[in-house]
Write a protein that binds this ligand. Structure first.
Ligand code: CO
Length: 210
């Protein structure tokens, strides 16, 4: 047990040596500042690491991850990340990336209690309630779960657009595009769900600002 834990630190030293052999100024350059163009809101699932699956490097993506990639308007952690990414780093794109086989989404489809997390999963149940006609029509449980993963991402992109942070960025005409993706843990491929929000007009009129 101790050995596998120490292995991580050993890997780190090897990684540092590898980076320095490629570019002796690698860490100096990164230490000065960060200018990521992307904010990633993804699932905490260990199989969906933002950088590896997009072929990007340290410094490229500002990352927030939680169970089932949720955008919850009272979540101070998510709001703080979003505020810093939009207002200070001025990222150009925000990607909500879900994944098929998401444990959070699967748990939300069940009629069981899981403990504290039920309060979090409730938001996914609300997505189910919004789309129950489409979902209930899918008799295959796997297909229904996959579709709920997709619909959940789409709803989280909408919820992002409804935050005061994104609304104000659009109001001052700061370029900011929101996207919804789903990663497939079975083949490693990302599917773009085609939800691309560029301004308040992409939301329902009740969210428009005068
Ligand atoms: Co997940």
């Amino acid at each position: 047990m101790e050995k596998s834990y120490n292995q991580l630190l050993e890997n780190n030293r090897k990684w540092v040596a590898d980076q320095l052999s490629l570019d002796p100024t690698y860490f100096q350059k990164l230490a000065n500042s960060q200018h990521p163009e992307y904010l990633w809101i993804g699932c905490s699932d260990s199989r969906v690491p933002a950088n590896q699956i997009t072929g990007t490097l340290p410094g490229d993506i500002f990352v927030h991850r939680n169970i089932a990639n949720m955008v919850i308007h009272s979540d101070m952690n998510m709001l703080s990340v979003l505020s810093y990414a939009v207002e200070v780093l001025k990222v150009k794109h925000i990607i909500v990336c879900g994944h098929y086989g998401c444990g959070g989404v699967l748990a939300a489809m069940e009629n069981k209690q899981f403990g504290l997390i039920d309060n979090w999963l409730r938001h996914i149940k609300d997505v189910y309630r919004l789309h129950f006609k489409e979902l209930d029509a899918l008799k295959d449980t796997k297909l229904r779960a996959d579709r709920l993963v997709e619909l959940n991402v789409i709803e989280q992109v909408q919820d992002l657009g409804k935050t005061s942070i994104v609304q104000n960025a659009w109001k001052r005409e700061q370029p900011l595009h929101l996207h919804g993706w789903v990663y497939d843990v079975k083949d490693g491929l990302i599917k773009d769900l085609g939800v691309n929000f560029k301004g308040t007009n992409d939301l329902h009129s009740v969210f428009h600002l005068d």
